[in-house]
Design a protein around this ligand. Structure first.
Ligand code: ADP
Ligand code: MG
Length: 266
């Protein structure tokens, strides 16, 4: 089904201050596909996601969602359009002073006039979808890392979005919990007809859930293709990602120091 892509990025270049963070990115998301955006830490994955949501303005280039160019949209139209989009940010971004249930209901309170009872029912349905039925009265600090991600996911899908963004679902999780999240993402695609963009640096997870994989390296899109195309790629940066074995995940100490000082502007 190759009709209008649900998201389209054309020649997108962006900077933080004077530093180019993304260079001339072109990609699209098809209806009902899972596109995985892969790349090492600092390659620009989260930044790309923020641009796809219209949260950041690019230096040049365009983003279209549901066939509409974000640049030419009025604020109100952009707000309406965002209601068709769910986002689970890196780290979960739950409000610590609210219960699990209150966190999940937040978008409904903001965007709908549903009565409280209906909202409670919708919240419980979504908790069930993410396998956390009965957990609505817990506080975020009572949850494990995997549970936080699942609550954030429940909040992201509370409005039944057509397009879901999920930033780093498996970061910081043990392999079993991370595999459970992969299963959950596949279930959402199948059962809820969503188009899903997943940002990850875990090749194993990407190979399990992706229809297509886009590989970012230092702000450049080095390759986009099916799992097979990526697996058989002879691009050196893609090969590095694929051949990464667990003990190689930590950067060497020089690179690590360099990154720390750069990120803290020392
Ligand atoms: P990833 O999600 O792939 O780890 P990011 O998109 O978070 O990468 O970051 C890409 C680059 O942009 C990194 O070098 C990072 O230090 C820098 N960066 C991210 N956010 C900001 C910001 N708000 N201001 C300045 N630089 C930033
Ligand atoms: Mg990130």
């Amino acid at each position: 089904m190759e009709d209008t892509p649900i998201a389209l990025i054309k020649n997108l270049t962006t900077h933080y201050d004077d530093v180019e963070i993304l260079s001339d990115i072109n990609l699209h998301v098809n209806t009902n596909e899972i596109l995985v955006i892969m790349g090492g830490s600092g390659s620009g994955k989260s930044t790309l996601l923020r641009h796809m949501l219209g949260l950041n303005q690019p230096t040049s280039g365009d983003v279209e969602l549901f066939g509409q160019d974000l640049k030419s949209m009025r604020m109100q139209d952009l707000c309406n359009l965002r209601q068709k989009i769910g986002v689970s940010f890196q780290g979960g971004a739950l409000f610590n002073s609210m219960t699990v249930g209150e966190n999940i209901i937040l978008p409904l309170k903001e965007h709908t006039k549903l009565d409280d009872k209906t909202m409670q029912i919708m919240m419980r349905i979504k908790l069930e979808v993410v396998n956390l039925a009965g957990f609505e009265n817990l506080m975020p600090d009572q949850l494990s890392g995997g549970m936080i991600k699942r609550v954030a996911l429940a909040r992201a899908i509370i409005m039944d979005p057509a397009l879901l963004f999920f930033d780093e679902p498996s970061a910081g999780l043990d392999p079993v919990v991370s595999a459970e999240l992969d299963e959950l993402i596949l279930t959402l695609k199948g059962a809820m007809n969503m188009s899903i963009v997943v940002v990850t640096h875990e090749i194993e997870s990407a190979m399990k859930i992706a229809d297509r994989i886009a590989v970012l390296d230092k702000g450049k899109l080095v390759q986009i293709g099916t799992k097979e195309e990526i697996r058989n790629s002879d691009h050196p940066r893609v090969r590095m990602l694929i051949n990464r074995i667990p003990e190689n995940i930590q950067p060497d100490s020089d690179e690590y120091m360099e990154r720390l000082t750069r990120e803290n502007n020392i």
